[in-house]
Every structure is written in C-alpha cells, then in structure tokens.
Write a protein that binds this ligand. Sequence first.
Ligand code: GLY
Length: 561
Amino acid sequence: MNKQIITIIFFAIATNSQAQITQYKYNNTKNIQVKNAAVVSAHALASNAGIQVMRNGGNAFDAAIATQLALAVVYPGAGNLGGGGFMVAHTSTGKNIALDFREMAPAKAHKDMYLDSAGNAITKLSMEGHLASGVPGTVAGIFAIYKYAKLPFAKLIQPAIMLASKGFVITKAQADGLNNSRDVFLRNNKNPTAFVKKTLWQAGDTLVQTDLANTLIRIKIKGAAGFYQGKTALLIANEMQANNGIITLQDLKNYTVKERVAMQFSYKKYEILTMPLPSSGGIILEQLLQMTGQKNLASFPFQSAESVQLITEAERRAFADRAEFLGDQDFVNVPIKKLVSNKYLQLRMQDFVPSKAGSSKLTGAGNPHESEQTTHISITDIAGNAIAITTTLNDNFGSKTIITGAGFIMNNEMDDFSVKPGVPNMYGAIGNDKNAIAPGKRMLSSMTPTIVLKNNKPFIVVGSPGGTTIPTSVFQSIVNIIDYNLSAEDAVNKPKFHHQWLPDVIFVERDFDKNTIVSLKNMGYEITERTNIGRTELIKIDNKKITAIADKRGDDDARGF
Ligand code: GLY
C-alpha cells in the first residue's frame, strides 16, 4: 500500500470517529486510528466530552477531568463522584505522575466493624448499604489532576452538568443494569432516586439526574469544597447519620489525595509505569512480567496450554503474595523490594512443573464476583501527554445508596479491606492484618492504570475494570502486543483467562479455545467458564500513529482526531 492510500484510510477512519454526536443520538466507535489525540472510556458521551475539550485547546489532563466528570453522569454503575481511583501519567516533558485518590476508611471505622458478636463476618454490610462506603476521593482527585490542566474548570465540568440536567439516552446494557439493580436500590434508599422509575427502563429512555446536576454546579462554583464542605458534605453526613453510616463532616474535610511515586520497571526494551500501593496492581503486574519472562513466555504459542499454564502458575504465586503481604504502606510494612526482586521471583517459580497443575491450599474462598464495577480511561494528546486513570465504586452501582438531594451513588469500597483474615471479599480475594480496617487507611486495590514507554515515549496506555482480574487483563494486553505481536484490537478483544490463587481455578471467557481447555484439564487444572473478564481501554502509539481500542465487551468507546 502506498503512502497516499494509507493517509486516505486514516482520514476516513478518523472522520468517522469525529461524527457529531448528541446525548440523544450517539453510537460507539471501537477501533480508531488518528494522528493527534484519543480518549477511550466506557461511554461514547464521556469519550466525546474529553475529545471536545482537546479540540478546544485543552490537553490530556483537561480531557481526563471532562471525561471522568461525564462518566459520573452517563455511566453511573462505575463512573462516579462517590468513589475513588488512581491516575498514572507521563507528561510531554517526561515527568511521571501517580495520583492516589483512593477512598479512606472513616475515623469511626475499626478492624472488627463487619463482625457479629460471635466474631463471624457479616460481609453483606461491607458490600451494600451506608456502612459499606469509604470516604470518597474522586472529586479531590479531579482537582489534583487540574494542576496539570490548561482550560478554566467551568469548561471541563459543563458537559457533565448538561448531561445530568438535560439527560441522556441510555443503552440496552444500561437499561438492563438499572433494572437488575432495581430491588437493591429500593432496599437501600428510603427516598426516590433518579435510577428507579415506576416502570422498567428500556434502551432509548432518557435518564435525567437533577440532584446530581446541582451537586456538579456546586463543585463548579466552589471547587473541591463544593463536595467536601458546605451543602454537599452536609447531605452526605445527614444521609449517613440517618442510615447507620459512619462518614462524618470531619471525615470529608480530612480527605487528602496522595501524590505517590509511580512504579517504574523495565520489561524487555520497554519501561513500564504503573500504580504503587495501595493498589496491588503494579506489584502483581511486575511479578507476572518477571516470572513469565524468566521462563520465556514468548517461546510458547499464543494461548497454547503451555503459555496459559505458565501465566496461571505466575498468577497463583502473585495473588498468594497479595493476600499475605499487601496493604496500605502508610499503615503497614510491605517488603516491596523483595516481592519484585528477580531472585525472589526465580525462587517462587522453582517448583513450577511444566504440564502439571500446581495447587493452592484451599481456605474456603468463593468464586470471583463478576461485575463491571470499575472503569478505566486512556488518553493521549497532541503534546505527547499520556494518562491512564482507573476509578471505581467497587461493585456495580457501589453500595447501592444514593445521597438524598445530591444524586450520586456511594462506593462500597470497604469490602476491599480484609473484613476478617481468610474471609473472601466479593472478588474471592482474601487477606490478613496487612489489609485490615483502620481509621484513615486505604483499602487494597487491584486497579492497574499503566503506561508502557518505548524509547522514553508513551507506547501503550492501558487499564481495565474487573476487581482482581484487573492486573491479569492489563498483563495479558501488554504481553499480547509485546510478546505475541498481536494487533492492539486483538490484544484487547481476544478471550482472556484468570487465576488468583484462591479459588484454585482457571477462569476462562466463554469463547476461550476449547482445545487449550482440554489440554489444561489433562494437566490437572480445574476450569470454570465465566462472563467477560475486564473491559480494557487501550491506546497504542507507534511511529506517531495513534490506535485507540475500546473493548468489545461493553458500550466502551474510542474517539479521537
Ligand atoms: N474495587 C476494585 C479495586 O479497587 O480493585
């Protein structure tokens, strides 16, 4: 193909992605190739908000804020004001940034708050209702990101205000999601909410969120204080007090974002930038890349039984370490250097036997929870800034409680703590005292916003929702490109698999290769088919060409110019 034809194709694809959309009429673009800037997120209207901001002179940080705020409106299952998250960025000047706006345990939280008088865990309380929420970090995170942005904040929040006040048309998946949560919304909210109406939701209905629009206007006028102080804070504190929640005005006032040092390590000829604790994601990603790299993963064909077995055994060991050693480093000691040292990881894989299943000591862990709880945004701009942001309410629609009068859903992130040693959380992950609840502590996460650098420039920007499956989705996307030379689209959309030590099962997506499954069973593995693993949003930048891929598994959308 000559250069002229290639240029025409790029123009055609990019033009398609630039088609004007409105909140009442939009479609998804899944795979775009552009020259300047791209946003990939869980919803077309959110990607569009970010792209419009960059078209109007904003940079990737402006776009990140506009996209995140729009997601809080158009993707209420996970986009949020009432949750938290992480951002990893590499700026055009070569600076690496890792922002931690994870939720914090309220001051009244304590280690045994989800145990009954006999010491049994009441895990429902950490998953649903007012007691399940940590102090939200998202709004503080947005203002920490704003330090790097260019445009007036009012311009960045305006799309979200418009989408909330005028409403937007929901998709079939969103109608199903709201209908599936109808009972649990009714159970947890005494007052009417925007998410429950008299009849069931249908694709094409318009969701208007007036209370949320008013909260966004308070944030527009007062900045972070429009959420953490004044009317919004009072609405949160009153809601908590009336419903046995424990978040107070003082907890909200005390919330702080932490600027962390991004984890950085080499993989082959690439540099990986990813999130440190309190996310386990970065440590797990480094462990997986090292353990599989030491055994030359790329020498086994893509998703052959040998390759899946090697990744599985690395995952078994990484997740066992997660349960034993990881927690908020501001509160507990974590031997990070040792956990990612080459020598230690060689020792960890010493008992790996090719073609024979390893074994995890079964301690009653349940099946990983399957939901779309978390959400990721990948962004790149014309200046060369790259941003990976993953935020979460934890479960789909978080704790299912909506702050009366403020219109946003609160997280159920307290379930990411270990409510009792050995008791699995909703993802089947277990933990111990390192991840026990303490006032002000941040619960261990798996979110893995990641940027891969090639020759010191962003090469891949990637992340995913999916609880404990997040690090493995990110890992598989990276090795699919680097080790298996798959296209960016295949790297995201090929079937995925996951092992997390306990339960001792390989989870595979339904379209996973059946011959590989037979071979793995012959090696002694238990295999469980499940629905989607992750929804990976990936941007690849190679020779100045930007390919942006939105995961086929949802309404996710890639947009650019
Ligand atoms: N709530 C999912 C995570 O942080 O890993």
